[in-house]
Write a protein that binds this ligand. Sequence first.
Ligand code: BG6
Ligand code: MG
Length: 238
Amino acid sequence: MGMPQILESTPRIRPTPAPATNSIGAFLFDVDGVLADTARLHEAAWRRLAIREGLSLDTDTARSLRGLSRSDSLRRVLGQRRVTQHRFNELMEQKNCDYLRQVEQLTPTDVLPGSSELLEELPGFGIRVAAVSASCNARPVLDRLGLLDRFAAVVDGTDDVSTTGHRFLSASAVLRVEPSRCVVVEDSTTGAAAARQFGMKCLGLGDATALCMATMVFESLRGVDARSLLRWLTRTPH
Ligand code: BG6
Ligand code: MG
């Protein structure tokens, strides 16, 4: 029997696979409403402020505060009510003190189901993780939850970055993972929209209608394992 014919198209040396530039390299976790149910604590503090001030705060407006800065939230709570800048600052301070009293009660048992497990598993897949939040209180919250040392970077409201989208970009730069390889985990419409605007995938947590901009939406991270999640996200186009 003669030598097997080597077809022109048969590569003799297996080509080196191209670098996986589309692979996922980082997860950027929002804090409030993703790692703990602190979105509910923010909402409750705004409700108490509205009651003290004799303002009506309907459920839809209260829900729409997720992901908004403290000042934008207060503007929405005040609605048509006009106040001086001094009073505006006082009200923001009051809401913050009230909210921080609730934060003091947080313990590691308040970490939302699935988040801890995912944070533990992801580095094993070569994924870097950052916490990204509009809140100036993100670090104390992470500290109370016992999660602070899980993150390679924390970008929050105390940083000199003005918008949610720019905070995502800043985290991607700190982690040295390009935006197209970052996945943002978000519970707010604002956050999901900002992630997509900057070319990142978004894993939305909560209401699918409010999170229609997200790449995929889960009710929560409960039972979601890193391997399956990465497979789904990698297969889903931008
Ligand atoms: C976001 C919350 O994470 O942080 C918003 O979703 C909140 O509800 C914003 O207003 C700012 O938080 P803080 O703690 O600085 O008032
Ligand atoms: Mg949030």
